[in-house]
Write a protein that binds this ligand. Sequence first.
Ligand SMILES: [Zn+2]
Ligand SMILES: [Zn+2]
Length: 483
Amino acid sequence: MCLSDTPSDQPPPVPVPPEVLAHVVDVHCHPTDSPISPALMDTLHVRLCAMATRGSDQALLFLHVGCRTSACLLLSASRWTSTSSTHAALCAIGYHPWFAHWIAVKPFASKEEHYRSLFLDPSSKPERIEAFERLLPGLPEPTLLSDVLTGLRENLSAFPNAMLGEVGLDRACRIPYGPPSAPPYALDETRRELSPFTIPLPHQLAILEAQLDLAVGLRRNVSVHSVKCQQATVELLDRSRSRHGDAWNTISIDMHSCGLSAQTWKDLEKKHSNIFLSLSVVINSRSPAHRDLIATCSSNRILVESDYHDPAYSTSETWKMLQMVAEVKGWTLEDTWEDDVLPEQWGAVRRVEENWRLFEKGDHRPIRKKDKRKLLLEDWESDEEDKKPPEVEECGQTSPQFVSFMLGDVGDIGSALLAWEGGEDFSDINAVVQDIQGVVHGYRGVFLDVFPTVRPRFTTPFCVSWTMRPKDIRADRPRVRCK
Ligand SMILES: [Zn+2]
Ligand SMILES: [Zn+2]
């Protein structure tokens, strides 16, 4: 959510025809933060996944965007319903972490008592108490979490296609002074001074976990915000998986515009088969690390979004992110649309659209506890699921144990599939292949995760010849020839 960022007065035109844009989904945006114009909606060609953030915008979302069936109330032009069997626009309703302090997890004697318990303690200094007294009048009467959950359950049940979102964790957000604005929020241009108060993480976690429980119970996918909460987010997701068991994999989780490191993302993917990543230009391009994150994210887990408060920018912002994903992943980008394109010729639009289909469908294959080799091999295989297997051409057999292959792919940093005959476990091989640039996958052996970097993309010829026997590898550095 990014109310303060508007890139320009007019969104730039996107140089592709509507037939292409009809396959693009802005998986996280806030269209009801701005006044909704039917004329604009008529010219909007991308599909939207529209988020609510608090109680006051849920009704607005259903009124303007939401769909009880695939025919949306506002977006009901025939092209929307005819472009896809899925929805032209999806609603997500939930309580954003920026407003978690408005919710009380237990009964409270008064508004002041509730907010005091969140922001002050017996050791609070006089200036903090003064700031609290200035903040308090602008804060709304708290709502009990049990009431919030009852309302959320009712709304989610009334709208069977709705997701849960935007929910999450945010340790950076400071609470502004002054009363909250009424929707559409983007019309309120008051620059509010920020108070020193952030919302305690345990409080945010209690509210997020309760909402996630509801989502699992009702089998709804979720859009999750995570800012400066990397460790807490990982622990929460792990805890949710343990608590819900197989039910956890029936839903999909989109980590939206998140600031996770590439390594954290990689670890999350290995543990959770139901987690997807969507990035936005407006939030993620602030950090140069976003390219690493894109490169690290499996090809079948990446989505794109605008995170915009104005649907006028959904198309251009989502397209910009799609261009970036295509560039980093080495994918082509469709500029015309033809039906029946073979998977090996898919560009970024088709690939990401397919990812969205998998996200919407849910019911992900659980990752069972197994040895690392099987786990990672399966991970690699699922990455290539539904796509043509990589073109692998034998280019030399240098010992009875080893066969090397001519491969596609290197990408910016490089990756390779290394295959061999024989059943030896090279689980300690990482230590000696550090000078191979890239991720090396042992096709019938161990998955060699040398650098936390790109997955195979199989576009550029790349050769790896392995010239040593297994017993020698541990004793010496391997000779690896790449071209
Ligand atoms: Zn958002
Ligand atoms: Zn967000």
